[in-house]
Design a protein. Sequence first.
Length: 415
Amino acid sequence: MSRTKRSALLALSSIPLIMTLGNSMLIPVLPAIRRKLELTPLQTSLIITVFSVMAILFIPPAGWLSDRIGRKRVILPCLALAGIGGAVCTAAIIWLKHPYPYLLAGRILQGIGAAGAAPIVMPLVGDMFKSKEQVSEGLGLIETSNTFGKVLSPIIGSVLAMLAWYAPFAAIPVFAAVAVLLVALLVRAPAKKDEPQPLPAFLRTLRRIFRQKGRWLFAVFALGGLGMFILFASLVHLSDALEDRLGLDGVWKGAVLALPLAVLCTASYVTGKLIGERKRRMKVIATAGFALSACATGACAAADGIWLQLALFSAAGLGIGAALPCLDAFITEGIDEAHRGTVGSFYSSMRFAGVALGPPAASLLGRPNADPLFWCLAGAGAVSALVAWLAIRPGEPNPRVYTGPRLVGRPSPSR
């Protein structure tokens, strides 16, 4: 990989890192926000929920637009929009007596900006590299950056809150500005080879892709959502347990929460290095990863000590961290460049849906007895392993992938 491409990849990896920080680092300061603004628990949770809902709604249009006008032309304005959203939140808190409605408006802008930034990175990596091994390695780095953002989020959010309870909102425009500069200066998106199809022809081609590849595509979409559901439900439960049973809060709680995420982060990076073009290996790793998460979360029902549960959640993180780069590679390497952004956007939306559903599931099933939550997570992991094994069928060394009106020889993850 050339130095220019490596620099571009590092610049792109800043996007999921910063977008993750912009949302997840608010979680440790939600109690302070509730107290300062005199909000109900539901109003407080909406600060996170509206971000995810906007992202789910706007990711598919952003993916389609990136297929038509180019990835970089979508990413840069959306990064700026995310920064503007953070500035709106900060200004409302500082200058308005009743800032809550404007706080939600700022979070809506952030969610729309995130929809057009982070999910477009994955197809752009696929566009930049011709070698499937380099694509897999690049996606592993992107997934690692995304997870690393989750590792840092609780710690950075807690540290910023020591300066001022609203400081995490004020940091978002700064982070977004850094990402805009890095992408603008270091990323050279490859020129589009063909004119974009008219919308009716594009939709017809997209329908044909889903008819031909729907079995494994829908499976990968579901697996992405289930993986993030398991991860975020586990984290929310662990966060509550650390505070209730050990009295941990602030930076110390953030540091402990970072442990299973660090395991997940390392697994994503190593897996991205290992899988290369080996699609059968991707299937085996994804299946084994989800099976490990099922066993680990199910074992939590028999584990009394919080530290043993932490170790088991770390094992589940290892499994999910190994599976996610494989799912990313299936999407990126199995869909042609003209439709990669649109198809990948559905996958990203499903992942955001898992992020949105995990916390309420942890709240509803984790109290007063957490066993129902553990069995739910174990069931989700077991179903995921079964789906990965049965629905994803790696093709021959050089199968044919549908790209439009004709078929051309390119690697595909599935027949």
